[in-house]
Design a protein around this ligand. Structure first.
Ligand code: DAT
Ligand code: MG
Length: 144
């Protein structure tokens, strides 16, 4: 999920490009304002932390986010590596947060921690489910 600061600093194409370059497949994408209930559910594991309220307020009131579903080999692990640590200043090499993150809250992007959590998050953000790519279309393009 590209966070409000990532959208506002015009990083949507940069981020999509990085995942496309890795040959991951886009299975869902939408620009959306986040309702409080969704933000609270998304971050429910942090509900006991002091940062919870600030984080939810930030996601709800700082402008739209881009929710995305990406599929591919080791996608969860690779994307977490590409994103970098939570705090942008902890990033030791070129990562999305290291290059573009402002601080711990405004850190450009959220990526799921594990496949299990990714599936939970997909159900939460995409109740309509992912977009399926028609195999016939893939076969068609493979001829070229
Ligand atoms: P990550 O986004 O790297 O998975 P996380 O799941 O621990 O990190 O926390 C979710 C978000 O909450 C994180 O992107 C920014 C914010 N956050 C976490 N810990 C924080 C802290 N101590 N101070 C400020 N923001 C924090
Ligand atoms: Mg996390």
């Amino acid at each position: 999920m590209i966070k409000p600061d990532g959208v506002q600093t015009r990083l949507i194409p940069e981020i999509i490009n990085r995942f496309e370059e890795k040959h991951f497949s886009l299975k869902g994408m939408k620009l959306m304002s986040v309702e409080r209930g969704l933000a609270e559910k998304h971050y429910e594991d942090l509900s006991g932390e002091h940062v919870f309220r600030r984080l939810v307020d930030y996601i709800v009131s700082s402008g739209p986010v881009v929710a995305m579903i990406w599929e591919g080999k080791n996608v969860v692990e690779t994307v977490r590596e590409m994103i970098g640590p939570t705090r942008p200043s902890d990033c030791e090499y070129a990562t999305i947060r290291g290059e573009f993150g402002i601080d711990k809250i405004r850190n450009v992007i959220h990526g799921s921690d594990s496949v299990e959590i990714a599936n939970k998050e997909i159900a939460l953000w995409f109740p309509e489910g992912p977009v399926h790519w028609d195999k016939k279309i893939n076969n068609y393009w493979n001829k070229f």
